[in-house]
Design a protein. Structure first.
Length: 590
């Protein structure tokens, strides 16, 4: 007897009704239940829940329900599993060979994945469990595991001098447990890890899909994942029983169903969330596409593995290095979603005949507004007050008014000009100092800008905001030397590129209160996990300057339209200008 247990709970966070949130018109929790019901290995499917709404959905779908009292504040996932197993045992006289455990908000479990997990457990009688793991480092390092020579998981031991060891991370997607052995020495573990690789023999089920859904922004990516596996608003791959089950194809390397040079890889995420028109445009032109299956900024080696099967790259800020371009024999176009080109090796692209386009105007309004918003947030301690209130602390910060400040802008291009207009329009008495390699004198006169050297901005400005492209000249623009020129109460804002500020120097200056505060949207390595996150006087945002619905949509649409033009043999409208190639020649080392 093999039994599946789907674990759910009443929950309003991190977004309301998560487990019953609709994906393609179905509650999120339906997908793991459907996978279990259609697995050729599973005999019975249960949902354990303390939520009446989830119970109704499960019964309608065909699963049996184990109802718990609504005490999810103290009921851990481990306890839910143990309780569910005890309740299931009462219903059967025969032993339960395997308990397949899934989380209700893990919609990317498939029947095939379940079958694979059960087959691994059956083929190795010494195993206590099989768990799904991912090689992608999206979890805390203390959860890192590695494979032994006999294929079991153990704690990650790090990298030796002679060879590297892959790190795997449990993703709460699927657990296949052998009850008679697993529960014999069952002990509480770190929440949601379930297994203890030090005390139990655990095998890995390695996959490249998504894990559970914890945030609303993950929904569009997961819906695309489901669509590519036959799910629509009206049907699922399980609607018609067939002998051969749906195969899981690793999204890292997908065999081309059409001509490779006509296939599009979309690496920037999210994509199509603000508006689905870019995806509709590709589909209406019968262009096959794949969206970044990892859901975060790709590393060089990950892009190298993905890109050989594609002819067009709709790109974000991932490193498109010489190695990446060399590994893409069919690549004809890189359509950059955004303005920055520091992540693209333009010279390598030109040498291999790859055209490059970008969307320089689309993100500017959103970035400019965020910069002004960060200035206000820093001056009035908005984020600090929010954190205090949530921790039960009532403290009113004494702030400063933006109207009384001297603003120093380094870079007055597309974004910088919009920042000037916002400041002049809303705070006419403000003093604006500015520096630019090619200052627009007429614009400066119109908006009463004082053009000065950067050193004068460092010495005199109350707020310094960076609006520059990343070039050999602007890389590491601000270090301890520049910081020591600044006022003690200065505020530093960066919405451009992380590499412009030495993050260690900035953290030290903020920690010692050499400067008053900073708002940083961009980082040298993203996602960011450095010292700045420990400092109260540093406001951090996750590279979201362009993330307004209108600007994001415009960026994605413009890049997608270039891809369609390229495939139709039409003239491209936003080809990267020659000046950018000259900048690249002076120091692009990607």
């Amino acid at each position: 007897m093999i039994v599946a247990l789907v674990c759910g709970r009443a929950e309003n966070q991190p977004f309301p009704g998560r487990n019953t949130f609709p994906l393609l018109g179905r509650p999120l929790m339906v997908y793991p239940i459907l996978a279990a019901l259609n697995s050729t290995q599973v005999d019975k499917v249960y949902l354990s829940t303390d939520d009446a709404g989830m119970a109704r959905v499960a019964k309608h779908t065909g699963a049996e329900v184990i109802e718990r009292k609504n005490n999810h504040e103290t009921f851990t996932l481990e306890q839910v599993i143990q309780n569910g197993y005890e309740e299931i045992k009462k219903q059967f006289n025969e032993p339960i060979e395997a308990l397949v455990v899934m989380i209700a908000n893990a919609p990317t479990v498939t029947d095939k994945l379940i079958n694979q997990g059960v087959e691994i457990l059956r083929s190795q009688p010494e195993l206590d469990a099989v768990i799904s793991v991912s090689k992608h480092n999206e979890y805390h390092p203390h959860l890192a595991l590695q494979l032994t020579q006999n294929g079991l998981l153990q704690e990650y031991a790090g990298v030796s001098e002679t060879s590297s060891t892959d790190a795997y991370f449990p993703d709460s997607l699927l657990f296949v447990l052998r009850p008679e052995k697993f529960f014999k020495n069952f002990q509480q573990t770190i929440s949601n890890t379930i297994v203890d690789v030090n005390k139990q023999k655990v095998a890995a089920l390695v996959h490249e899909g998504y894990g559970d859904v914890d945030y609303p922004w993950q929904i569009p990516m997961v819906e695309e994942w489901l669509k590519r596996r036959g799910f629509t608003e009206s049907q699922t791959p399980y609607d018609v029983k067939v002998e051969k089950k749906i195969e899981i194809v690793s999204p890292m390397r997908v065999k081309a169903s059409g001509e490779v040079k006509h296939r599009v890889l979309i690496t920037t995420v999210p994509f199509g969330e603000a508006e689905r028109y870019p995806l509709n445009l590709l589909e209406s032109n019968q262009i096959e596409y794949v969206i970044n299956p990892i859901g975060r900024r790709l590393k060089e080696e990950e892009l190298i593995e993905m890109i050989p099967d594609f002819g067009i790259l709709i790109a974000g800020t991932e490193p498109i290095t010489e190695k990446v371009i060399a590994s893409a024999p069919h690549l004809g176009l890189i359509a950059r979603v955004g303005i920055g080109l520091d992540s693209v090796n333009l010279i390598a692209a030109r040498e291999r005949g790859v055209q490059v386009t970008y969307t320089p105007d689309a993100p500017s309004p959103a970035v400019a507004e965020l910069a002004v918003g960060q200035m206000l947030a820093l001056l009035r301690g908005i984020s600090l007050s929010d954190r205090n209130m949530r921790n039960g602390v009532w403290h009113r910060f004494m702030g400063r008014r933006l109207s009384e400040m001297t603003i120093g802008l380094i870079g007055v291009g597309r974004v910088g000009k919009l920042v000037v207009k916002h400041l002049r329009g809303g705070f006419p008495s403000i003093r604006i100092l500015a520096n630019d390699l090619n200052p627009n004198i007429e614009f400066g006169k119109l908006h009463n800008i004082e053009w000065v050297e950067k050193e004068e901005i460092y010495r005199s400005a109350d707020i310094i905001s960076l609006h520059l492209p990343l070039t050999p000249i602007t890389r590491t623009l601000i270090t301890t030397h520049e910081i020591n020129l600044m006022k003690k109460d200065v505020l530093l804002v960066n919405t451009s590129r992380g590499n412009m500020i030495n993050e260690k120097d900035l953290a030290q200056a903020l920690r010692s209160q050499r400067i008053a505060g900073a708002a940083i949207d961009v980082f040298e390595r993203e996602p960011y996990a450095g010292d700045l996150g420990t400092l109260e006087n540093c406001l951090l945002t996750c590279h979201m300057g362009s993330m307004s619905a209108d600007c994001r949509s415009r960026m994605e649409i413009e890049a997608t339209e270039e891809a369609v033009r390229f495939l139709k043999g039409e003239t491209l409208k936003s080809i990267v200008p020659e000046s950018e190639y000259q900048i690249a020649l002076s120091g692009n080392n990607l």
